[in-house]
Structures are given as C-alpha cells and as structure tokens.
Design a binder for this molecule. Structure first.
Ligand SMILES: [Fe+2]
Length: 306
C-alpha cells in the first residue's frame, strides 16, 4: 500500500483521517487530463498512487493446521493480490490517485451508490484486517479491558461468541462478519451515518455482504472473519461453520483486537473534541454576525398582492 494507506499493524488508520473537503460525485472518474483539457502533460503532478500488496504478519504456513499454507497462498497470493492490482488500474490518473485506502473506500461507497473502485478498495482493506485478526496460537478469550467491554455490551463472552458465529454463518453468500466499535458518527460528508443512538460507544457485531466494510456506516472495525468461500473451501470444503468455530477457538488474535479498541476509543474522543471546537466556533461566528433588519415596504407589498 502507498505511504498514505494503512500500515499492517494499524488497519484502523481510518481513525486518523480528516474530513474530506470536495464533492463526492462521479466526477472522480474524470481524469486529470480530461478535466484540464489541452494543458501539457508535464503540467500535472506525477501519479503517486501505488497501493502495495501487504503480506500477513506471519509466514504463510504459520496458521497450520487450522488454515493451510495452500489456502493462505491462494487467498493472499491470488485474491488479495488481484484486488490490489485491479484497484491500482482503476484509480490511476483519477482524483483517487494518491489518497489513503480509507478515503477511497468512503468516497466510492458514495452513500450506497457504489462507484467502481469500491469493491477492490474495500476488499484490500478487509483482507489486511483479516490477516491481522489472526495469529499462530490464537483463540481463547480476550483479557482485561476488552473482555470487560464485551461483557458489558453483550452480557457475557459466550453471548458475544454466539452472536459473532451466527452473524458469520448466516451471511447469505459472500461477505464478512465483524466486531466493531460503534462510535457516535463518522465526520465525513459521504458516509451514510447512523444517527446518534443509545448504543453509541459500544461494541457491536455486524455482518456485511460482498466487500462492504462498516467504515461506511461510521463504525470502527476491530475484528473480521472472511466468509467468502475462498477463505475456507480448500480446508473445510463447504463447512463454513467448522471454519468459523476454528477461527474463534484457534486463530483469532485478541491482542490485535485490544490494540484497535484503544485506537478506536482515542479517535472517538478526538472526534468529540473536534466537534465541540467546531460548535463553539460556529456559535462565536453567529454572535459576531451583525443583526440584519428587514423592513417591508407596505405599498409595494399591497401592490404585489393586488
Ligand atoms: Fe477473501
């Protein structure tokens, strides 16, 4: 991935993103050359985007026997690679060129009217988080603060486990199941934002079809399982539920989830501070505005009425 995109250890770098300040229309698809017409090519900034294929943070055989080297080689080496390469082709020369992966996802989600690069961009992000959601010798139970929040928001770890497994197994067709931190809202104009609700600042389990990523709803993903058939068919054939059970018992990296939880909470607090500052500024500006008095010309008013 490019320097502006996520790092493998911090797949939630969306958390650091600033609101975007341009329109979110299909004009993203006009190339710089098309928009500026006859200007010479060397007037334009160089193409900077070159999203890279990031490897999993462990050797490809490290998750055996629960996820075979063959599965990981195929899944990462072909599927994930394909998404990266196709995305690079799609965004080259467009306004998306050089943006962070997260910005591309939010922009091309386009309030649900999905623009062509969305699927590849989201699949790149989703797979990076998926690799990071596992580790050799994973599974078991989370500890400390993460466990406390799971118990607070789901009642018990076992209830959470059931909800997560149900979401993953009931996702019809291809998709993903997530544990996410539901912040109050995502401060970008393009997202379909849930309104503030009682369950803000809580952990939630959600599932999504195809490439959809909860970032577009303002959620901050902490953990994900890929339930596309390519994720498990070589090892479990059509036994998705077996794969889900093994993922939770032997593969999940609660350490990584704990780190992302702290990042999500920190970013939510930062958003709130920014919102407060913006609100104070707006109120101050409103106070500074001169009072505009309007007078009605009664004669002209009458004549218009007639
Ligand atoms: Fe996949």
């Amino acid at each position: 991935m490019s320097g502006t995109a996520t790092s493998l250890s911090t797949p939630c770098s969306i958390l650091l993103r600033q609101p975007l300040g341009f329109s979110h229309s299909s004009s993203l698809w006009t190339t710089k050359h098309e928009r500026y017409g006859r200007r010479r090519a060397n007037d334009f900034p160089a193409v900077t985007a070159r999203l890279e294929l990031k490897p999993p943070p462990y050797p490809l055989n490290a998750l055996e026997p629960h996820m075979s080297q063959e599965t990981l080689s195929y899944h990462w080496g072909k599927h994930h690679r394909g998404y990266v390469e196709n995305l690079n082709k799609q965004i080259m020369g467009t306004d998306l060129d050089g943006m962070s992966l997260e910005d591309i996802i939010i922009l091309t989600y386009n309030k649900g009217v999905i623009l062509p690069p969305f699927n590849n961009a989201a699949q790149v992000w989703n797979h990076e988080l998926f690799w990071d959601s596992m580790k050799p010798g994973g599974g078991g139970k989370p500890t400390s603060h993460l466990l406390e929040l799971i118990q607070r928001d789901f009642g018990s770890f076992e209830t959470f486990l059931n909800e997560f497994k149900t979401a993953a197994s009931s996702q019809f067709g291809s998709g993903w199941a997530w544990l996410a931190y539901k912040a109050n809202r995502l401060d970008v104009g393009n997202a379909v934002n849930p309104r503030p609700a009682d369950d803000d600042k809580k952990l939630v389990v959600v599932k999504s079809p195809n490439a959809v990523n909860p970032l577009v709803w303002g959620y901050l993903p902490l953990l994900v399982i890929d339930v596309w058939e390519h994720a498990y068919f070589l090892d479990y054939e059509n036994g998705r539920s077996d794969f889900i059970t093994i993922f939770m018992e032997k593969l999940v990296s609660w350490d990584a989830v704990s780190i992302r939880l702290e990042m999500a909470k920190a970013q939510t607090a930062k958003r709130e501070r920014q919102d407060l500052k913006r609100q104070e500024l707006e109120e101050r500006n409103a106070d500074d505005d001169p009072v505009v008095e309007m007078y009605l010309d009664s004669d002209s008013d009458v004549s218009e009425a007639e």
